[in-house]
Design a protein around this ligand. Structure first.
Ligand SMILES: Cc1ncc(COP(=O)(O)O)c(C=O)c1O
Length: 425
């Protein structure tokens, strides 16, 4: 039986946990930042390590009793370094937003300039939104996508970089369906004497499998969440070079600057149970099957994009090279929120999103963002993507048809039941 102790002691929470597991099993999780961590990752996240305070780093703690904690954190570090071919890894950041804060603070002072992707074109909140710490602390300037191609134009990035001379050139996005030319970013950063930083939170798995380039060798700092294509726990890590290429004479090298911004700069005691879960996820990602899994994520996204297009839906940039797709609903006359809600009523979970040059407001923008990592974890393939793509297109063209949504929900249920989730739980 699942959660026997919670069930006895706190039936209210146990009931909600049961319902959430059922929701994840019964529906189609297509939010591209979500995935199903393996049972081993879930187990590690629920261990007694949650009881331990371990401020500091392995062998350099401010508390006693870290004999085994140190071994676990060191394994997480060693596995992360091996996985990404990184010189240095900090596995303590609690989340992606915190990790970005720590990276910026390691190499910048408040008011310094960062050149990053326009949020309206696919950048993340922590890449300079005015309501976020990033936009409030640093001076962000943006590059975007070209209007005709809806892709990043590296000539434009270089032009802005040469003019504005940012201290950090930031690549990475939260809603960009195409390959990012990390080598070109690194070479522009070198040309202008800026730190090259990449936030690969979304595409991390594809960078590891070779579907996309891995920015770690060419970049000073690479940050990633461990949740999305990586299938780890809700958390993040920072990878970096050891030496500070831009300020080699500083007392601290780059690795030390990052470590001291994570702790004691921004965080206190690390979440060692989550670090153990990250270590387990890294071990899984080091296995050959992980590469095949990532290849399938990309193949599934391509098939899904093709089916949606065949059904007359316009996709931003015309398709996808990664795990996610942005549907532009402008021609259907509905908003992204209306579309995403209708899909939810049909058992399909996506999220509404701005598209480049959006004319609508963020609370009901023109786009729907959806992706394939979680469905691929359930072992769905191109055949299922065709079926699902047809369902999505049919619902989006008739969002007020209650009968259609109920029928689709039943079809979704039939499909998900033939791709069992967490049978071992
Ligand atoms: C590109 C990117 N960076 C950072 C983050 C922030 O991660 P978190 O939600 O863990 O704070 C996200 C989250 O979706 C993201 O997509």
């Amino acid at each position: 039986m699942l959660y026997p102790n919670i069930r006895k002691q706190d039936p209210e929470i146990a009931g909600h946990l049961d319902q959430e597991l059922k929701r994840q099993r019964d529906g189609l999780v297509m939010i591209p930042s979500e995935n199903f961590a393996s049972p081993s990752v879930l187990e590690a996240a629920g261990t007694v390590l949650t009881n331990k305070y371990a401020e500091g780093y392995p062998e350099k703690r401010y508390y006693t009793g870290n004999e085994f904690i140190d071994k676990i954190e060191q394994l997480a570090i060693d596995r992360a370094k091996k996985l990404f071919s990184a010189e240095h890894a900090n596995v303590q950041p609690h989340s992606g937003s915190g990790a970005n804060m720590e990276c910026y603070a390691a190499v910048l002072k408040p008011g310094d300039t960062i050149l990053g992707m326009d949020l309206a074109h696919g950048g993340h909140l922590t890449h300079g939104h005015p309501v976020n710490f990033s936009g409030q602390t640093y001076k962000f300037i943006n590059y975007g996508v070209q209007k005709e191609t809806e892709r990043i134009d590296m000539d434009q990035v270089r032009e802005i970089a040469l003019k504005e001379k940012p201290k950090v050139l930031l690549s990475g996005a939260t809603a960009y369906p195409r390959i990012i030319d990390f080598d070109a970013f690194a070479s522009i950063a070198k040309e202008i004497g800026a730190y090259a930083m990449a936030d690969i939170s979304h595409i991390v798995g594809l960078c590891l499998s070779g579907d996309h380039p891995n920015p770690v060798p060419s970049h000073d700092i690479v940050m990633t969440t461990t949740t999305k294509t990586l299938r780890g726990p809700r958390s993040a890590i920072i990878l970096s070079k050891i030496e500070d290429r831009i300020n080699p004479d500083d007392k601290k090298n780059l690795a030390k600057k990052i470590d001291s911004q994570v702790f004691p700069g921004m965080q206190g005691g690390p979440l060692e149970h989550i670090i153990a879960a990250k270590a387990v996820a890294f071990e899984e990602a080091l296995k050959p099957e992980f590469k095949e899994y990532q290849n399938q994520i990309a193949r599934n996204a391509k098939q899904l994009a093709e089916t949606l297009s065949e059904n007359g839906l316009r996709l931003v940039s015309g398709g996808t090279d990664n795990h996610l797709i942005l549907i532009d609903l402008t021609e259907t006359g509905i908003g992204g929120k209306d579309g995403a809600n209708a899909l939810e009523e049909s058992g399909i979970y996506t999220n509404f999103n701005m598209i480049p040059f959006d004319t609508r407001k963020p609370f009901n923008p023109s786009g729907i963002r959806l992706g394939t990592p979680a469905l691929t974890s359930r072992r769905m393939k191109e055949k299922e993507m065709k079926t699902i793509g047809n369902w999505i297109a049919t619902v989006l063209k008739d969002i007020n048809n209650e009968e259609l949504k109920a029928k689709t929900k039943q079809e979704v249920l039939d499909l998900t039941h033939s791709f069992p989730l967490y049978e071992e739980l």
